[in-house]
Structures are given as structure tokens and as C-alpha cells.
Write a protein that binds this ligand. Structure first.
Ligand SMILES: [Zn+2]
Length: 350
């Protein structure tokens, strides 16, 4: 893959490698076991409980040389397709013979959502598969895989990247999240990871739960267990556009270079737009939504970003930006219900 390095984009990030005590000759996740220098695929077998069993697919790359363990996960929302396709591409791309360390890829957490084309939720139990971590084995079909992913993926990794994007009804511009925990060393590492990932808008996240037993989100499950981790988003409204997939694939490869798992210089984003707060604009009415701005547009407070009509054309709600900022995403479809999200506005940090 050709890599364009310019004086502008080349930033020196120095990863201070810890000592990797566990010189594991083989590495196992679910039914996949790989020896050094090998790859393996398999599943995390989630047994049936109050609802059906589920096989969560896993691809494992156990590098020829020791190094960090990086987990890459997508498809918690099974119709955020660009992120799923990006990890499918990485599965075809990574060569364990060239790798220092281990990569665990879980490309599709929410298979029922993917197969039935249901956004946001697991249609089997009606739950978001990125809200019930660390999960439990006596729970429903969202909670049982969450528990096994916590045990087999999060607890075995040193770093995690959770990949998302705009769902079927979300027109999203790419951005990432940097979680600030207050642990200086961990925060420096995750900050450098998010800069190496390279998306140019970064949300500073400070409001995630601190309790590892109530971590809710996947990335937060890793973060509250002391593992520097990030969340990234690219893709929108069911599309698989090459720019979005490339941004996610190249971001993962660049973080792997930063973590010294792959050779090569790290090209990091130099002056990203830091977002200090995300404000959600919701609809006060049910009806037909008409957007007036695109994803990524910078808006002033009070600016009209769209409107809602009833089903015979009468305007019943004007959606105005509650704050000045960047439209991180805006509703991509005309279906609108009262209290549903019209747009998320990112407030730029001063
Ligand atoms: Zn998502």
C-alpha cells in the first residue's frame, strides 16, 4: 500500500514499549488458536439462554515477534457497514509473519442487526450492543456476548479500538473519541493513539462511567480496566464509500505502527479539531424531516438546520442549532418522531 508522507503530516510520536512478560507461544480467542507467526479464525460461541445462541466471528493474528495485543472490534451496530467492511479488509491484509504482537479482530458483533438490516439495536432483545458491558451470562442475547467479549477480548488485550459509523439513518462526518480518565500515563497513550488514527475531528470524552463493573460501552470497558483505547466513527447512511473505509483501515494500520507492531513511520494528524461537548438536537414533533445542512457543516447558534412537516406539508417544527459548532451527524432519512435525534452538534474546544 503506498504511503504518502509529507513534512506537514509527519509527526513524531514515540511509543515507549512496555516489557511483554507473557511470551505466549500460542494465543487463543474462542475457538481460534494461533501459534507465533500464524493466523486463525473461529468464533466466540455464545450459548443459548433465555433467547438463541450466537457465534461471534473472530480472526486472530499472532505475530512472529512479541509485542502488544491490539483488539479491533466493529459491528456492535450491524448496519454501520463501512466499519465492518474496513475490518473485513484488514483481515485480508494483515500478515502475522510481519507482525510484532497480536491482533484480535471481531468484525461483526451484532449479526442479527446485520442480517435483518435493523439499525441501532439487536432485534432479538431490542438492546444496543454497545450499552450493556461488561455483560452477564444470565442475561439476554446482547448481554451474554458482551460478557464473553469482555473476558476473551478486552481482558486479553493491551489496547482496543471500537469502530463505528453513521447508522442507516445517520449522515455522519468521520470523528473519533479520546477518553480522558485522569490517569496521566494512560491518557497520553490514548491521545497519541487517536492522533495516529488520523481522523481530524476528535471528541474529548469525560462523562463515561468510571466503574469497570458498570462500564456500559466497549471502549470504556477496556479504558476502565487500564487499557489505553479509542473509539472511531466513519461511514454514513448504509453506504460503503471508499474514503470512509480507507480512513478506518489506514487509521488502524497507523496505530499499529505507533504501537511498533508494524514497521514504518507514523503519520499522525497534527492540528485536529478538538470537540469539548456534543449537544443533541431533538425533534419536538412527529412528521417528515427535511435537512437544510450537510454533515460536517459548521453552524452558528440559532441557525436553522432543518424542519419537520406533518404528512400534508404544513411546517410543524423548525430545528435550530442549540449551540455553535460542527454538525457531527444529521438525520439521513425523512422519518421523524417526537424526541428523536435530528442532529448532533460538536462544540469546538476553545
Ligand atoms: Zn455504532
Amino acid at each position: 500500500m503506498p504511503r504518502l508522507i509529507t513534512a506537514v503530516s509527519l509527526v513524531v510520536l514515540v511509543f515507549v514499549s512496555p516489557i511483554f512478560g507473557q511470551e505466549r507461544s500460542t494465543f487463543t480467542v474462542g475457538t481460534a488458536t494461533a501459534a507465533r507467526g500464524q493466523r486463525a479464525t473461529g468464533v466466540i460461541a455464545v450459548p443459548a439462554g433465555s433467547d438463541a445462541a450466537l457465534n461471534t466471528p473472530v480472526a486472530l493474528f499472532h505475530g512472529a515477534k512479541p509485542g502488544p495485543v491490539l483488539a479491533l472490534v466493529s459491528g456492535a451496530h450491524g448496519t454501520e457497514y463501512a466499519s465492518i467492511i474496513a475490518l473485513e479488509r484488514l483481515i485480508g491484509l494483515l500478515n502475522p509473519a510481519e507482525l510484532a504482537g497480536t491482533v484480535i479482530i471481531v468484525p461483526l458483533v451484532n449479526i442479527p442487526s446485520f442480517e435483518q438490516k435493523v439499525p441501532h439495536l439487536n432485534p432479538v432483545d431490542g438492546k444496543s450492543m454497545n450499552r450493556f458491558y461488561p455483560g452477564k451470562m444470565d442475561g439476554t442475547q446482547t448481554e451474554r456476548p458482551s460478557f464473553l467479549i469482555t473476558r476473551q477480548v478486552v481482558e486479553q488485550c493491551d489496547h482496543l479500538i471500537d469502530l463505528h459509523g453513521g447508522d442507516l439513518d445517520e449522515s455522519l462526518r468521520p470523528y473519533s473519541y479520546w477518553t480522558k480518565t485522569g490517569n496521566e500515563k494512560q491518557d497520553r497513550l490514548s491521545r497519541e493513539m487517536v492522533l495516529a488514527f488520523g481522523l481530524d475531528h476528535i471528541i474529548i470524552s469525560t462523562d463515561r462511567p468510571k466503574d469497570p463493573q458498570a462500564s456500559r460501552y466497549l471502549e470504556n470497558t477496556a479504558t476502565t480496566r487500564g487499557k489505553a483505547s479509542i473509539t472511531v466513527e466513519a461511514g454514513h447512511a448504509g453506504t460503503v464509500e471508499i474514503e470512509d473505509v480507507n480512513a478506518l483501515v489506514n487509521g488502524c494500520l497507523n496505530v499499529m505502527r505507533y504501537l511498533t507492531m508494524l514497521p514504518g513511520a507514523v503519520t499522525a494528524i497534527e492540528h485536529p479539531v478538538w470537540i469539548e461537548k456534543v449537544v443533541t438536537l431533538t425533534s419536538e414533533q412527529t412528521g417528515i424531516f427535511y435537512p437544510l445542512v450537510r454533515r460536517g457543516t459548521y453552524v452558528e447558534q440559532g441557525m436553522k438546520v432543518g424542519y419537520v412537516t406533518d404528512y400534508v406539508g404544513k411546517v410543524i417544527f423548525e430545528a435550530r442549532a442549540p449551540v455553535a459548532g460542527v454538525v457531527l451527524y444529521i438525520c439521513a432519512v425523512p422519518s421523524m418522531t417526537k424526541s428523536a435525534t435530528i442532529a448532533n452538534i460538536g462544540v469546538v474546544a476553545r
